[in-house]
Design a protein around this ligand. Structure first.
Ligand SMILES: [Zn+2]
Length: 94
């Protein structure tokens, strides 16, 4: 059975394999969890830069994380996703 997760950027559901997991650290920052091994509560974003931008511009708590990440924390996560080349789909699309 393929796990289905919800992207917190676009709000669409999809197979876990096409999504990148991230977790909220105790200091309020957000960290990529590529191996999906980090403990605690995680949330998912598509491997698509447009979803990260949507997430960065959104306000309000992330239900699956039970925290309300600050805008700088969201932007920092986007930059980390870019740096880690998580956005393969976006790069191919140009
Ligand atoms: Zn998405």
């Amino acid at each position: 059975v393929t796990p289905i997760r919800t992207c917190v950027g676009c709000g669409q559901r999809g197979p876990q394999a096409g999504l990148v997991r991230f977790v909220a650290a105790g200091d309020g920052s957000l960290a990529i969890d590529r191996d999906r091994r980090a403990g605690g509560r995680g949330a998912y974003l598509h491997a698509d830069a447009s979803c990260w931008r949507s997430f960065a511009g959104r306000r309000g708590p992330v239900r699956s994380l039970r925290v309300n990440p600050s805008r700088p924390a969201r932007v920092t996560l986007c930059e980390a996703l870019d740096a880690a080349r998580c956005g393969d789909r976006a790069e191919r699309r140009g």
